[in-house]
Design a protein around this ligand. Sequence first.
Ligand code: NAP
Length: 289
Amino acid sequence: MTQLLNGNKLAIDIRKEISKEIEKNIRNKKKRLPHLGIILLGTNSSSLTYVNSKIQECKNIGIESSLIHLPNDSSERELLKEIQKMNNNPLIDGFIVQLPLQKHINSDKIIMSINPKKDVDGFHPENFGKMSLDMNAFFPATALGILTILERSKIEISGKHTVVIGRSRIVGRPISILMSRKNYLGNSTVTLTHSQTPNIDCYTKQADIIITAVGRPGFLTGKMIKEGAIVIDVGITIVKDGKKSFLKGDVDFNSVYGKASYLTPVPGGVGPMTRIMLVKNTLMAALNR
Ligand code: NAP
């Protein structure tokens, strides 16, 4: 029997908690509402969808957001200028530059130019380094969302073998670090796999927890997991069927459902938790103000 882990429902609970916190520590103390800045370059349809959903999440909770939308062919220098404005703007508590960036932009340079105190995506090396050293920092929203799903679903991580598929800076690498931290919500034994890992099923078949962030629909099949494994599907791919489009995860739902003990659905699993964690990080930045 597989239990689906409902990210939408968990996100509603966390939204209420954040609203309460804003009421208690911001509105009641007559402080300025938290303000998230977003810089978007170009018109990539997935990036536009992600940005709109982040703005909507801010509206749902009642915090401020500002979008700086630059044309596709903006130069690195123009983007850096907007980042400096956000860094220096006292009314912006935290901001993100929507990734991925165009090929003519050096992403490392962009991430390094964000003030770590406003880096609510948690991608700046200062925050990433602190995360790796078991220190407090802004943690990348998707990884934090996955940990929170596991925590709130009362799924023990400590002592479990976790196999992460995908090593991107956005998902795979941060979640592998967080799962193995010597900390509450950590202490897992982590195997990080990627495109150069041969016979990936040798690893996944041994895993108590599998976190897949590849971006290939149906990548993880029932044959690749052991009975009762906990499966977190991070993948989101837009698949077209005639005129209709659907969101598909990395998991082959039909073969994994019934064999896994827990499974996050796509949509409605990790996605809503990612958005709410970005707002949580923005609130944290505002409270640190
Ligand atoms: P990415 O940067 O493209 O990374 C994909 C990773 O998968 C890479 O590490 C790659 O290995 C690995 N990979 C590719 N083919 C593989 C294979 N055959 N076997 C094993 N590993 C393989 O993607 P990302 O940004 O991490 O995103 C991954 C997926 O998660 C996408 O579908 C994205 O849309 C989704 N996503 C969802 C959320 C959410 O909130 N739910 C948030 C962010 C991303 P190499 O490093 O060797 O290339």
